[in-house]
Design a protein around this ligand. Structure first.
Ligand SMILES: Cc1cc2nc3c(=O)[nH]c(=O)nc-3n(C[C@H](O)[C@H](O)[C@H](O)COP(=O)(O)O)c2cc1C
Length: 193
């Protein structure tokens, strides 16, 4: 089965380590998955209940793409020990219902990972992100965790995660785990009935 993955990078930086991590995941997944990259975080307005209806076009686009995907894969940097604002803003929009349905991430399989230049590998951002996703009733993959610390040293000169590295193995595990979550659909959440 091919898993349709919506890939979201929490970084807007052109040479982002986190966006590169998603590209590595796509390369490792091969034919096992298709990757749709959502790169419109900067176009999403700051959430306001006054602006919810009708949904701004980039928000409607994000909701559609989340609903179409089998799973969501998020790679996030850590900003000031937490989630970057653009990503959190998008999640706040996704936590809301609209005229086409309930909150798009309810029961959706989601995996998270992160890369940083420092030693902590985004652990605080990932803990915060996990909490937010749980509160939105997403089905978040528990393990493996990928905390890519000193990330610039872990990619080779072509930006590739070397096969056999711990990070490469963790990425494989995340892709397998996400595919398993997709096939184990489980009981529908009450909010989706
Ligand atoms: C505003 C800001 C805050 C940051 N805060 C943290 C932090 O709390 N922890 C950390 O490990 N790195 C922090 N960094 C450094 C990022 O880990 C580093 O810039 C990383 O490369 C960002 O990810 P990207 O390459 O995907 O853009 C911060 C960077 C910025 C710009």
């Amino acid at each position: 089965m091919t898993t349709r993955i919506l890939a979201i990078s929490g970084s807007l930086r052109r040479t982002s380590l986190n966006t590169n991590l998603l590209r590595q995941a796509e390369a490792i997944a091969g034919r096992g998955a298709t990757f749709d990259y959502f790169d419109r975080l900067p176009a999403i307005p700051l959430f306001s209940e006054d602006e919810e209806h009708p949904a701004p076009a980039p928000v409607a686009d994000l909701r559609d793409r989340v609903r179409t995907a089998d799973a969501v894969l998020i790679a996030t940097p850590e900003y000031n020990a937490s989630i970057p604002a653009g990503l959190k803003n998008a999640l706040d929009w996704l936590s809301r219902s609209d005229s086409t349905g309930g909150p798009a991430l309810v029961r959706k399989p989601v995996a998270i990972m992160g890369a940083s230049g420092g030693q902590l590998g985004t652990v605080r951002a990932q803990l915060a992100l996990r909490q937010v996703l749980h509160s939105m009733s997403a089905r978040v993959l528990d393990k493996p965790e990928l905390l890519l610390f000193r990330a610039h040293e872990q990619f080779d000169e072509s930006g590739v995660l070397p096969e056999g590295s711990r990070a490469h193995a963790a990425l494989l595990g995340i892709l397998d785990g996400l595919a398993d979550l997709v096939t184990q659909r489980g009981t529908p959440h009450p909010a989706t009935r």
